[in-house]
Design a protein around this ligand. Structure first.
Ligand code: C2E
Ligand code: MG
Ligand code: MG
Ligand code: MG
Length: 299
């Protein structure tokens, strides 16, 4: 069986050709199945954009949202983005899929505004491959024109890895996006190089502290120290700081005490479908903000 085959292969000293047994075949079969289904997911309307609110730690109000892709496959069930986004990236399917997410999120926000619902700016994740597209700024501009969303209501989340190569091109592209009036956020900060240099060199407006630090913030002094340092550093560069993955009052209290600007996480709300997000806006869901150290969620 696969396990025995894997064991034998390991014994033979990691010679790759030894993996041509059950294990590899099962894995590549699963991958091919996933890929085949993903190819049709867009046209079969199996992709759905969810929205997760972001709240200000000074006012408690919902001041933003992140568009997060979900795949509801009739054959495979709900496939999490961490499974299919990397595959979409490898196969290039991320280009049509990413463009669709961008358009859907912008169109939804424009529709809310047209309906008199004061929706806050929406953040959309860009993948490395999307970002490498030579005309990415034009693609974004086109979506804004088509949907009629004002540029200041669109934010793009970009990870550090994406700005590490070809500084000349990255400077030009980010400059163009900034010039259009968009907001730029560096996502997952702390997981990569966490370089001050990139933050200084490029026109980012915001930094998102990765949830892996937030998770341990109240238990692990190192995580707390990192979050504290990142907030101070970002502020010294005039960047706003948002913490992702906030699940508890304790985490929130610590972040507030360090002057973090915004939070996003299950403590406020999970990512939800558009209709549910609309309800959340209608009820004016917010965090009750008292003095630092006393913030409570309001139902
Ligand atoms: P991300 O951009 O860092 O998004 C934040 C992730 O944290 C989301 O996972 C969100 O559901 C999750 N999260 C939010 N609050 C909490 C919390 O309190 N606790 C925990 N444990 N998790 C929380 P999700 O939706 O599964 O997405 C995972 C990643 O997939 C995203 O990470 C992003 O890198 C990627 N992704 C999602 N949608 C898109 C998309 O439309 N395009 C691209 N290129 N990537 C996407
Ligand atoms: Mg993100
Ligand atoms: Mg993130
Ligand atoms: Mg992430």
């Amino acid at each position: 069986n696969a396990e025995a085959a894997l064991y034998r292969a390991k014994e033979l000293g990691h010679q790759n050709f030894q993996f041509h047994t059950g294990e590899m075949n099962a894995r590549s079969l699963a991958r091919m199945t996933l890929e085949n289904h993903l190819r049709h997911a867009l046209e079969r309307q199996e992709l759905v954009v969810y929205y997760q609110p972001k709240a200000s730690l000074s006012s408690g109000a919902v001041v933003g949202m992140e568009a997060l892709l979900r795949w509801h496959s009739p054959e495979l069930g709900v496939v999490p983005p961490d499974t299919f986004i990397p595959l979409a990236e490898e196969t290039g399917l991320i280009l049509p899929i990413g463009a669709w997410v961008l358009k859907t999120a912008c169109a939804q926000n424009r529709a809310w505004r047209d309906a008199g619902i004061p929706s806050p700016p929406v953040a959309v994740n860009l993948s490395p491959r999307q970002f490498r597209q030579h005309d990415i700024a034009a693609v974004v501009a086109q979506v804004l024109v088509e949907t009629g969303l004002e540029p200041h209501l669109l934010e793009l989340e970009i990870t550090e890895g994406m700005v590490m190569q070809d500084a000349t091109r990255v400077t030009a592209v980010l400059g163009e996006l900034k010039q259009m009036g968009l907001t730029l956020a560096m996502d997952d900060f702390g997981t990569g190089y966490s370089s001050l240099g990139y933050l200084k060199r490029f026109p980012f407006d915001k930094l998102k502290i990765d949830k892996s630090f937030v998770r341990d913030i109240t238990r692990d002094p190192d995580s707390a120290a990192i979050a504290k340092a990142v907030i101070a550093m970002a502020h010294s560069l005039h960047l706003k700081v948002i913490a992702e993955g906030v699940e508890t009052q304790g985490q929130l209290n610590y972040l507030q005490s360090q002057g973090c600007d915004e939070i996003q996480g299950y403590f406020l709300s999970k990512p939800v479908p558009a209709a549910e997000f609309e309800r959340l806006l209608a009820e004016q869901r917010q965090l009750t903000v008292h003095e630092p150290g006393a913030v409570c969620p309001e139902k």
